[in-house]
Design a protein around this ligand. Sequence first.
Ligand code: ADP
Length: 255
Amino acid sequence: MTILLQVTGLTKQYAEKVVVDEIEFTLEKNTSTALIGPNGAGKTTTLSMLTGLLKPTSGSVKMLDGDLRANIGFLPQYPQFHPWLSALEFTEMAAKLNGVPAKEAKLEAQKTLEFVGLGNDLNKKIATFSGGMKQRLGISQAIVHKPKLLLLDEPVSALDPVGRREVLDLLKGLQQETTILYSTHILNDAEEMTDQLLFLRDGKLVEQGTLREVRQRFDEQNYVVEFSSEKEAKLFANQSELIGEAKGSYVYIEI
Ligand code: ADP
């Protein structure tokens, strides 16, 4: 396994409040990692520092194979689309902004849109797109320049079950092309496609490892984990040998 990204002591402090607190992790090439934590845990702040949009208070982010800025693709939690543009125009614009030579940008945009399943919608205005289509368009703008690292902030949490399925399948397929780090506050969105889990709580990385490793350690610590539905929460609480209790869509895991 080859390491692509090394994060050391990454910290963000606003006035008195430390919102990301000396987190450390590595990402292996062509793997998928979920950054999991409840709202306010520091996920967006962490991703923003990795993209370079936000300056860390201290710590470092190093790409071991190439220049980080040139090799990153990012889908924010609330992407700004230009609804009057077509999918092709928008993705072509993103390609140029991300350094794809102007004369190749349109063809690359078209190929990328076909890859994300929008091949029949190239010339449709974004204003007419569903939530799932917009999210696939968001992914296309993030991958059109073939980045080595793809960062996605809550890529599926606003989607209905069909859109969620489509986007998760798409991300699964992308893993052969790039290394993925995505945030979610819903554990079972992470499970099926994830090699590594990073649990963030109050700005601290409280747990990291494979799903299996993390589950084995669950009974040693207190956790509150949110699932996408009450049914999923009950299923998880019953299936795992946890001293845990499902309440609504949350599972409370206690020592
Ligand atoms: P998450 O993405 O996990 O929901 P965020 O990274 O958005 O968490 O936020 C983590 C914490 O940092 C929250 O308590 C939030 O209020 C705080 N925070 C985020 N941005 C700022 C800011 N610009 N100034 C002060 N506090 C902030």
